[in-house]
Design a protein around this ligand. Structure first.
Ligand SMILES: Nc1ncnc2c1ncn2[C@@H]1O[C@H](COP(=O)(O)OP(=O)(O)O)[C@@H](O)[C@H]1O
Ligand SMILES: [Mg+2]
Length: 333
């Protein structure tokens, strides 16, 4: 319980919603609500009296600050270089949430500080990819772009990553799968898989294993036939063991056995995904995918060889390549 003066002090001295309710944290909503109720009760005219204009003003300010905090509108995440103002949550990942900001960025915030090392691993992977695509610029669109990070944070604080937004016109492959429950026409999946293979083969050139090639981590731009391989929190160098695994992710046998992962691990995952996305009657492509999901990693082809092998298969199945417009069905909602 607060006294009137304590409550006034708290509210009047708060420079921002985060000052009063603490740094932004969606899991702390209840706590913020309790603080709000406690302060509001003391400042309410029924308690403070209708003549207490100072309490009245503080009460209005309190409500405004709480509203801001709840909507995340006042929440700022600071780095050494800049402050990012969170607006709303865009997506929930395996270890982090992605938030929109009022500027040209999204911010990926790890859900618990104990998983900060996974974000650090992702910074490392994305920086390696940036250096690589500075040399091979045509591969740039296939990877997320890191623009800033929290850097090292104090104990108990959550690390975050600032990324270029892949928001307008993008959906995930999981959205695509939901939109086509009977599976995709092989000609639609063809351009997605060709590009996914490019993203994977590129990473493999620098010895990087993505380690979580799942429908959530593949962003698709249906209109522009764009593919971005996101979600690099599980990435490691080939020959290492995964730092962590996701509960809902379908892994190849070497991961279940706790063995080191290799580029063949990504090949397995990409083609498991292919089998999940394709319609049942896409037998040609399905046979191809099964050749890439063999239990023994040594028997799986390399991603770089698959680029040509897949193109050859597509030509055999569908003839010369033509642009085929693709869109998700509109839901009429
Ligand atoms: N740069 C981005 N712009 C917009 N959405 C993104 C971006 N990066 C990731 N996402 C979305 O956020 C989700 C979670 O991000 P991800 O990097 O996969 O986090 P995690 O590593 O915790 O799984 C993704 O599934 C994707 O839908
Ligand atoms: Mg993810």
């Amino acid at each position: 319980m607060f006294t009137r003066d304590e409550a006034l002090d708290r509210v009047e001295r708060a420079g921002s919603a985060a000052d009063l309710f603490g740094p932004f944290d969606p899991t702390r909503r209840k706590e913020a609500q309790r603080l709000y109720r406690g302060l509001a009760a003391v400042l309410h005219p029924d308690r403070a009296g209708t003549a207490d204009t100072r309490a009245h003003a503080a009460s209005a300010e309190l409500t405004r600050l709480h509203h801001e905090w709840q909507n995340g509108t006042s929440v700022e995440l600071r780095t050494a270089r800049a402050a990012y103002r969170i607006t709303d949550r865009h997506a929930v990942g395996s270890v982090a949430n992605v938030y929109r900001t009022d500027g040209p960025h999204v911010v990926k915030v790890v859900r618990t500080p104990t998983l900060n090392p996974l974000l650090h691993a992702e910074w490392d992977a994305l920086r390696r990819l940036t250096r690589f695509t500075d040399q091979h610029r045509w591969l740039r669109p296939y990877y997320p772009r890191l623009t800033d990070t929290s850097g090292d944070v104090r104990r108990g604080e959550r690390a975050f990553t600032v990324l270029e937004p892949l928001v307008d016109g993008f959906v995930t492959l999981a959205d695509v799968r939901r939109a086509f429950p009977r599976g995709l026409d092989g000609r639609d999946y063809a351009w997605m898989h060709r590009r996914l293979l490019r993203a994977i083969a590129g990473a493999h050139r620098i010895g990087l294993v993505h380690g979580a090639i799942t429908a959530d981590n593949v962003l698709v731009h249906p209109k522009q036939h764009g593919i971005v391989l996101a979600g690099w929190t599980f990435a490691v160098t080939a020959g290492e063991r995964l730092l962590a695994t996701g509960k809902t992710i379908a892994y190849p046998p070497e991961v279940h056995d706790g063995r080191p992962v290799t580029t063949a691990t990504d090949v397995h995952m990409a083609h498991t995904l292919m089998l999940e996305l394709l319609a049942d009657d896409e037998t040609g492509q399905r046979t191809f995918a099964r050749g890439c999901t063999q239990d023994d990693p040594d028997r799986r082809p390399d991603a770089v060889d698959l680029l040509t092998e897949y193109d050859e298969l597509l030509e055999e199945l569908y003839g010369e390549r033509t642009f085929r417009p693709f869109a998700l069905p509109t839901t009429g909602a």
